[in-house]
Design a protein around this ligand. Structure first.
Ligand SMILES: Cc1cc2nc3c(=O)[nH]c(=O)nc-3n(C[C@H](O)[C@H](O)[C@H](O)COP(=O)(O)O)c2cc1C
Length: 370
């Protein structure tokens, strides 16, 4: 089916899941354990209702904004996801090209199937950030940081919710594996990591890998260490509480992503849209706050922005766009979200993503006053 016939992100998801093999669809789709939080990430957006204002002149709507000082055409960016070449032969390159075409930011995963160097060669002018896991051997982390700097990445996104990988039942059941013809490209030239990948067998392959190489003893002190070895801004990805937001700021981070890793880590945590207001209230504008998890519609973006996120990131929808139509598929996904956001703003009486009115969004539990 041509990607052009699909009109919303949910249709892309259906189409992608019909195209992808079982190994890939299981890996992309799954959440941790009973998938309670996976369900909540989507459904809790619906619990927030919009309170539109009429007749405000919405003939001009501004979607442009900045993240860490970089201009983007809309507050919608692409989250880091592993193994994008399982969705399309050009994987991360196609995804980053789409982000560039739409003038927004792409985050490369540490466990990508395209290296930082390859990405910088193929999409040299894109706005790109590098997602980092801290390895037991800090020299390897240091090497990755250096590469991110050399290859033109503008920030490090340190994932803080993954001392070890969560359990996803379907991946365990099907013994998920990164296909033989693909590689964890950011580990090129790091022999212990390359051989670790070759040894991966049984269970969910990536869990074996992460248990072997990623360091579960990491604390906020390591964030301070990371800050000390790089001039790049550090973004903490995976914050869900005000307490951790405060610790992150004390450790010197430059921004926070409210995220539960697409509900792939601790099942039963809050959805991100529910967690967002507490983090925003604690941060009090000291650093930028973004959100990912469950964003599928323009109204979802508007709700997150109105609750204090400066921008949102999408994970699975970009993978589904890739599977359906490569670079064009992701461009379509981003275009649909952009159009939907613009329309949602117009119909709500809003004209600038950076100046949304307080009270635009209300949780439905607060509507029983009558
Ligand atoms: C297939 C898949 C792989 C992911 N890989 C990573 C990763 O390598 N590093 C990371 O920090 N987050 C990873 N994430 C989490 C995403 O960055 C993001 O938090 C999440 O996908 C957002 O939720 P959404 O998929 O509902 O948009 C992954 C998510 C998925 C679905």
């Amino acid at each position: 089916m041509s990607s052009k016939q699909l009109v919303c992100l949910n249709e892309y998801e259906k189409e992608a899941l019909a195209i992808l093999d079982r190994n890939s669809s299981s890996y992309y789709q799954s959440g941790a354990n009973d998938e309670q939080t996976l369900h909540d990430n989507i459904n809790d957006f619906k619990r927030f209702r919009l309170r539109p204002r009429m007749l405000t002149d919405v003939s001009e709507v501004r979607l442009e904004t900045t993240i860490l000082g970089e201009r983007i055409s809309m507050p919608i960016c692409i989250a880091p996801t592993a193994s994008q070449r399982m969705a399309h032969p050009l994987g991360e390159i196609a995804n980053a090209r789409a982000a560039e075409a739409m003038n927004t930011c792409f985050v490369l995963s540490t466990i990508a199937t395209t290296s930082a160097r390859e990405l910088s060669e193929h999409v040299p002018n894109s706005l790109r950030w590098y997602q980092l896991y801290i390895t037991r051997d800090r020299a390897i982390t240091q090497k990755m940081v250096k590469r991110a700097e050399v290859y033109g990445f503008k920030a490090l996104v340190l994932t803080v919710d993954t001392p070890t990988f969560g359990t996803r039942y379907s991946d365990t059941r099907i013994k998920f594996k990164v296909p033989q013809h693909l590689r964890m490209a950011n580990f090129d030239g790091i022999p212990s990591m390359e051989s670790g990948m070759a040894n991966n067998s049984g269970g969910s392959g990536l869990n074996f890998f992460s248990d072997t190489f990623f360091d579960p003893s990491v604390t906020w002190k390591d964030v301070a260490w990371l800050k000390s070895i790089t001039a790049l801004p550090v973004v903490a990805k995976g914050i869900l509480t005000g307490e951790d937001a405060e610790r992150a700021i004390e450790a010197g981070v430059d921004a926070i992503i409210v995220s539960n890793h697409g509900a792939r880590q601790l099942d039963g945590v809050f959805s991100t849209i529910i967690a967002l207001p507490e983090v925003v209230a604690q941060v009090r504008g000291r650093v930028e706050v973004y959100l990912d998890g469950g964003v599928r519609k323009g109204t979802d973006v508007l709700k997150a922005l109105s609750l204090g996120a400066r921008a949102v990131f999408i994970g699975r929808p970009a993978l589904y766009g890739l599977a359906v139509g490569g670079e064009q598929g992701v461009t379509d996904i981003l275009s649909i979200l952009k159009k939907e956001l613009k329309l949602a703003m117009q119909l709500s009486g809003e004209t600038d993503v950076q100046k949304l009115r307080k009270g635009l969004v209300i949780h439905e539990s607060m509507m029983t006053r009558l």
